[in-house]
Design a protein around this ligand. Structure first.
Ligand code: ADP
Ligand code: ZN
Length: 215
């Protein structure tokens, strides 16, 4: 099962991914998580990506494609994968088509998650992330607060607000989304595997996706 999740930042791609991981036993591949891991580690990729990320800008396509080409061939992707936050630009989507061709793979679902902009901003500014780079659990002060304020349920580390989740960075990310990522809806919309669903309740989104791929 090969799935792409599209949608603006804060659309709930992470939450829907978690449900899909449980349902299908395939990994969630988040380019954002991979990049944050690289920055923490101080690797070459991390050094290159850091400035773009904290400014809310996209990391160059070349860097992303190199990461993904490798990641999609890892053993845990044999039964499929959920792409969360990738592709993010038309060139990435075109190069992903080529890559999938070369690997003999096809897409089963490209899911666009629809959310009104005011809800996005509220969701993002209330988001808190676990500071432990091996954990990276995500909470939301409104919809998914931790049991103890400021502390991760899973590993006990401190929760922080990511520096790309200040109001200024969020506005920049939304601008970037409209300019570079939203055109992907048009890019994929004529394909049979494309679907667009309102993303208010992740469980309903999961139902829509499983109903669709089971057809
Ligand atoms: P979001 O909450 O916006 O979905 P992510 O965790 O997916 O955030 O990504 C965080 C940052 O990492 C982005 O703002 C961008 O700088 C970078 N990034 C992640 N995925 C990509 C990608 N596919 N192409 C370019 N940059 C990316
Ligand atoms: Zn944690």
């Amino acid at each position: 099962m090969n799935i792409i999740l599209l949608g603006p930042p804060g659309a709930g791609k992470g939450t829907v991914s978690e449900l899909l991981v449980k349902e299908y036993g395939i990994p969630q591949i988040s380019t954002g998580d991979i990049l944050r891991g690289a920055v923490k580690q101080g690797s070459e990729v991390g050094k290159e990506a850091e400035a773009y990320m904290s400014a809310g800008k996209l990391v160059p396509d070349k860097v992303i494609m190199k990461i993904m080409e490798k990641r999609l061939q890892d053993e845990d992707c044999e039964k499929g994968f959920i792409l969360d936050g990738f592709p993010r630009t038309i060139p990435q989507a075109e190069q992903l088509d080529d890559l999938l061709d070369r690997l003999g793979l096809t897409l089963d679902a490209v899911v666009n998650l629809e959310v009104p902009e005011d809800i996005i901003v509220r969701r993002l500014t209330s988001r808190r992330t676990c500071s432990n780079s091996d954990c990276q659990a995500i909470y939301n002060m409104i919809s998914k607060p931790p049991k103890k304020e400021g502390v991760c349920d899973k590993c006990g580390s401190t929760l922080i607000q990511r520096d790309d989740e200040t109001e200024e960075a969020i506005n920049e990310r939304l601008r970037t989304y409209h300019e570079q990522t939203e055109p992907l809806i048009q890019f994929y919309s004529s394909r049979d595997c494309f679907m667009s669903v309102p993303s208010l309740d992740a469980k309903i989104v999961l139902k829509e996706i499983s109903g669709r791929v089971a057809e």
